[in-house]
Design a protein around this ligand. Structure first.
Ligand SMILES: *Cc1c(COP(=O)(O)O)cnc(C)c1O
Length: 358
């Protein structure tokens, strides 16, 4: 006998990427930013007096909302601060999706989506992506009757970027909510001209997920936010979130990080330059990568040694990358863009391993 609800008893939990204790490993497995957060974040941390922790934090993180609204040229009413982007995903499900309603996601994509729909106990429809990680031509038809569609853009784990026009078409033809997960948006080449914010201004069924974990080097802080119409933001802000879902420290540090966006931008430029260089080097080693607009590369692995064995061989050398035991991904590795030194160490290790198995 279990005390769990039937859907909880039946489900598998999320498997996070390995987080080894100590800092010896070269971690290219969870898409963390290789560069430190802005100095203003350290200053904000030093400026907190422990006495301030006696009181509850500002309940709606008003200063952060104001700062994010200015950054995106929207109103504070369009912003919902959350305990990491992951909390926004959970809130959208619990606020808007009944158990008999359907959530549509692309397959493959972020493996947390099926976990969260299983917790909610709602219906999940996974639509396989076509060649080149594009949505199938009849995607809008496949959305018929669904309540929520979650699309990650740039796509994870491929790094493929969908055009805003495609997203607009999906949202326009859809009676439910379109959640665009932009966890990696900061790493898009500026010359792509990608900007999905007009969708939020035009349509009341679009919500965008942003996180400080990747672009702002703050995965340990746990801070993200949603951008959407007040019709979507208000019920989550005033009804379904925990009354103090973001704490005082994270509010102060996240606000400082957003105000120093220019510092973060320098890191995004460096990641983009490293991405280009690393992709070329991997291709030379017989590991071609999908064109990526993100801070990771999804690369093919030669039949010998195969992706799983290569993952293990790298791990034995203290380098962690991500291997997914999933259809369409088993012969690939997802490699986060590290610092220049880390990327060189990876290439050196690969040369050794691949040299000795060929
Ligand atoms: C990292 C990530 C998120 C959000 O992560 P948080 O650390 O909870 O902010 C959301 N979606 C995808 C696809 C991600 O990779």
């Amino acid at each position: 006998m279990t005390f769990e609800r039937p859907n909880i008893a039946a489900m598998q939990g999320y498997t996070p990427g390995e987080q080894p204790a100590g800092d010896k490993a070269i971690k290219l497995n969870t898409n963390e930013n290789p560069y430190p957060p802005a100095p203003a974040v350290a200053d904000a941390l030093a400026a907190v007096h422990s006495e301030e922790l006696r009181r509850y934090p500002p309940p709606t993180a008003s200063e952060f909302r104001q700062t994010a609204a200015e950054l995106h040229a929207v109103e504070p009413d369009n912003i919902l601060p959350t305990n990491g982007g992951d909390e926004l995903l959970r809130l959208v499900l619990t606020t808007f999706v009944d158990p008999d309603e359907t959530v549509v996601v692309a397959e493959p994509s972020y493996s947390l989506y099926p976990v969260l729909t299983a917790i909610q106990g709602c219906q999940l429809k996974q639509v396989p992506l076509e060649q080149g990680w594009n949505l199938p031509g009849n995607f809008s038809e496949q959305l018929q009757g669904a309540k929520l569609c979650i699309l990650v853009n740039p796509h994870a784990p491929s790094g493929h970027l969908m055009a805003v026009e495609v997203l607009r078409e999906v949202a326009n033809s859809f009676g439910g909510i379109l959640l665009i997960d932009e966890a990696y948006v900061d790493f898009i080449d500026p010359d792509k001209g990608y900007d999905s914010l007009p969708l939020v201004r035009e349509l009341d069924n679009v919500i965008i997920l942003r996180t400080l974990s990747k672009g702002y080097s703050l995965a340990g802080l746990r801070f993200g936010y949603g951008i959407g119409s007040p019709k979507l933001i208000a019920p989550m802000l005033s009804k379904t979130r925990d009354s103090y879902n973001t704490d005082l420290l994270s509010q102060r540090l996240a606000t400082a990080a957003l105000k120093s966006v220019d510092h973060a931008r320098q890191g995004w430029d460096r990641v983009r330059a490293s991405r280009k260089k690393l992709a070329a080097e991997l291709a030379q080693l017989g590991m071609p990568c999908e064109p990526s607009q993100s801070n990771f590369l999804l690369c093919q692995v030669p039949h010998k040694p195969g992706a799983k064995a290569l993952y293990q061989a790298l791990k034995d050398k203290g380098i962690l990358v991500r291997w997914f035991d999933l259809e369409g991904l088993r012969e690939r590795l997802r490699i986060s863009i590290g610092s220049e030194e880390e990327n060189s160490a990876l290439i050196d290790a690969l040369r050794e391993i691949l040299g000795s198995t060929s």
